[in-house]
Design a protein around this ligand. Sequence first.
Ligand code: B1M
Length: 213
Amino acid sequence: MKEFFSQCEKAVLEGDKERSVRLAGEALEKGHDILGVIEKGFSVGVRGAGALWEQGEYFLPDLAFAAEAMKAAMAILQPELAKKGGGRTRGRVVLGTVQGDIHDIGRSLVTTMLLANNYEVVDLGADVPDERFVSEVAAHRPHVLGMSAMLTTTMSGQARVIALLEENGLRDDVKVIVGGAPTSESWAEEIGADGHGESAVAAVRLAGALLED
Ligand code: B1M
């Protein structure tokens, strides 16, 4: 599998959408472990592109091409992953990427893994205004609110939303989990969230644990 993962990584790193799509199709045909292909293959490629961009070796369009190649592969793999769900719902989750932040690949993987584990998910997408998180919590009354942030400049949105939930008397009715590259356990604690998910799988595990409380 190592060789296959590295082909997936390379296709995304090189921003080769066609090759990514072909490899995603091949993964399904051959019955490979889909989450493994995403996490150990395609995701490594897109993060590698980010690292090269940070080092000044890639320009922004290179990063965008890598993201496009990644998203094209995800569009093929995610429906297959989500198919595993379908039993009795374990709980309702409202999820979104915070205001000012357009990164959506990681969050959409969290959504897919929640669906695959029988959660009902209201995915608000990316760049979600603070007030919208609050109004969606009021409307859907979820068991869990999840917020993703990928930038050090946008992670404060998670704290603002928690404060707004408190102001609106909604905080005690919902568990709040946060995630995304710059976030951590200690950040979650600092802003009064109920937990932090390191990965999509960890987010599902955390939601389950919080709902058992
Ligand atoms: Co952006 N970007 N980007 N980018 N980008 C990062 C985040 C960065 C770390 C790159 C770098 O410097 N190495 C850097 C942030 C630096 C910082 O703040 N410290 C950065 C920057 C600076 C920017 C711009 C500002 C660049 C610019 O314009 N000058 C700009 C910001 C735009 C904006 O949001 N306003 C920008 C733009 C872009 C693209 C549009 C080109 C593209 C996004 C495309 C898209 O999503 N539609 C992009 C990409 C692709 C990245 C990197 C390379 C990859 C992100 C990704 O998709 N990873 C990223 C580098 C990196 O992460 N190392 C980077 C794969 C994905 C599967 O993983 O998203 O980590 P991830 O999600 C994981 C976990 O984090 C977790 O589970 C997921 C799956 O296991 N998780 C949760 C995520 N959300 C969760 C929620 C949970 C629980 C777990 O509970 C609720």
